[in-house]
Design a binder for this molecule. Sequence first.
Ligand code: SF4
Length: 236
Amino acid sequence: MEALFYHKIDNEKIKCVLCPHNCIINNGKSGICKVRVNTKGILISENYGVVSSIGFDPIEKKPLYHFYPGTEILSVGSLGCNLQCKFCQNWQISQTSVSEFGRESRFYKPDKIIDLALSRENNSGIAYTYNEPVVFFEFMIDIAKKAKEHNLKNVMVTNGFINKEPLNELNKYIDAYSVDLKAFNNDFFTKYTKSKLEPVKESLLNITKAGKHLEITTLVIPGLNDNPEEFEQMVK
Ligand code: SF4
């Protein structure tokens, strides 16, 4: 599947502008996320339809505590991530390419996921989760559009490291965001996630201004991101 949000630099190189890494990718190579590949000048989303994990979870497990509490949500994950957190709990699916992960993943068309979501009575919708959904943008948005037609809610569990234009596109279909704010300290972001804090803050404002449901989660790592002053700044 051809990816969205990229442009050609010359015959060999292309620039992906889906997330703030804005990777410049040579022919035959992938971006930092490992799943978007320059194939002869066309950016291919290699993980389109590739599902590493799928199942019904309580919505509180996303975690979302104030959005359809007490319901379940069909949770879908693929492969790849645009961050490289040293403390990642899902590194087997996040820090891999489609070819490295190989046969353990399954292929799903969006319609099959919709059918599964509709098959359960107490299911409120579909959550894009487990690995970073930003890097399966095309697959997510194709499912989300169909989900909306069936009155299913769309939930994105994300690190928030995405450029403004694709986030604006997502805001048309995503009903609730659970954003994992890794810390409130740019040095932490650089050292432990290989990304930056500022774009995540911009995403949080963007989501809020779009009037979407937003809940923020922080994984506390003793000694690394548990400074009380930083928490105070974060909450403010
Ligand atoms: S989505 Fe992937 S390829 Fe695109 S800019 Fe981000 S890390 Fe790079």
